[in-house]
Design a protein around this ligand. Structure first.
Ligand code: ADP
Ligand code: MG
Length: 349
């Protein structure tokens, strides 16, 4: 790793995942109750016969959201949902959250109230108890940190590391929409900056805006898997883009994969927006992120149980490690997959 003149290493040289690896590589687990620590969507703790699932996520103003176009109620809702998504990604059921906020003096009581209306709405929708948190002041804006706690039966725990050769790779819903929603919001923000009287052009694009501003976690998919007696061999939620998530599954499972471009699910509205913005929708799915869909692998024996479900799309299969990670493009060419997910250390501030 290259050092700068004063001997300090820039965080951008490691990237987010490199930094987490560096900080956690020498962790020593001291309790037998810690079944799984760092390295998956959530940790697993075993107390008596109960398996408890814990995850935490932090959202910072200016990095994860821009309050120019992010309504505070939606932000509160999204902050809860992104945590629940990590609990579902373990095949578990979320039960409680804690909410911690750092807030600057530019926010009024009414503004914080809006944020909490969104938080309580998500709790109602997903049947979650808000059990605590912390409140402090901030010099720079709003930061929200939420921890979600869930429960799971031992037999159902699904890590990122169980994918096996010939497993079918499946994804829920559609991909790329949240990123395209963000691009639309950014475009209209630029228009507004140059001409505050211009009316934003959002007509017909509600779906992708909602995917960015008010995403849902795939509780329904976890229920579907349970009803159909499917325990995926590996699972992760799509927060950083399909490429990055496949990389996590393949690296941890010690396998390769082959996915097919023409199988990646898109909404028609996302395709329209991609065409309008002159962006390749496949790139949005691979590198966009924030779709909060579930990416999972199942054994061939379970394929018949999912093949007719409109909410689940098989997009490829797991291969042996030496074949690497590949996308078969529409024209039949094989393109190696790289993680180009969002990296918060790329932009120096
Ligand atoms: P996700 O995208 O599913 O939320 P992350 O990529 O944020 O997962 O985190 C990957 C793993 O690293 C998780 O197990 C998480 O708990 C852990 N992790 C992230 N940041 C830190 C940190 N600063 N210290 C210790 N563990 C961390
Ligand atoms: Mg995750």
């Amino acid at each position: 790793m290259e050092n700068t003149k004063n001997n300090a290493t820039k965080l951008s040289e490691l990237g987010e995942f490199g930094l987490i690896d560096y900080l956690t590589k020498n962790i020593k687990l001291r309790h037998k109750q810690t079944i799984k620590g760092v390295g998956d969507d959530a940790a697993i703790l075993k107390f008596g016969t109960k398996n408890i699932v814990v995850t935490t996520d932090l959202l910072t103003e200016g990095v994860h959201f821009d309050l120019i176009y992010f309504p505070l109620k939606h932000l509160g809702y999204k902050a809860v949902v992104v945590n629940l998504s990590d609990i579902y990604a373990m095949n578990a059921s979320p039960k409680q959250i804690t909410v911690s906020i750092a807030i600057s003096s530019k926010f009024s009581l009414e503004a914080v109230d809006q944020l909490y209306q969104g938080i309580y709405l998500a709790c109602e929708k997903y049947n979650i108890d808000l059990i605590g948190g912390d409140t402090t002041s901030s010099l720079t804006g709003l930061t929200i940190s939420i921890t979600a706690i869930g429960e799971i039966e031992k037999e159902k725990i699904t890590y990122r590391n169980g994918a096996k050769e010939n497993n079918v790779i499946c994804v829920s819903g559609d991909l790329g929409s949240a990123y395209l929603g963000l691009q639309l919001l950014e475009r209209e923000k630029m228009v507004f900056k140059t001409n505050p009287n211009a009316k934003p052009k959002f007509d017909g694009y509600d779906y992708i805006l909602e995917r960015q501003l008010k995403p849902e976690a795939r509780k329904d998919i976890i229920e579907f898997l349970a009803i159909n007696h499917i325990v995926p061999t590996a699972m992760i939620d799509v927060s950083d883009g399909l490429s990055s998530e496949l990389l996590h599954i393949c690296k941890q499972s010690d396998v390769g994969c082959k996915i097919f471009e023409d199988k990646i699910p898109f909404s028609p509205i996302a395709k329209d927006m991609a065409a309008e913005l002159n962006i390749d929708p496949t790139v949005c799915a691979l590198n966009g992120g924030e779709d909060y869909e579930l990416l999972f692998t199942i054994s061939l024996d379970d394929y018949n149980k999912i093949k007719n479900d409109p909410n689940i799309t098989p997009i490829g299969h797991i291969t042996e490690k030496s074949l690497g990670l590949n996308l078969i493009a529409r024209d039949g060419t094989e393109v190696p997959l790289k993680a180009q997910g969002w990296n918060s250390f790329n932009n120096e501030k």
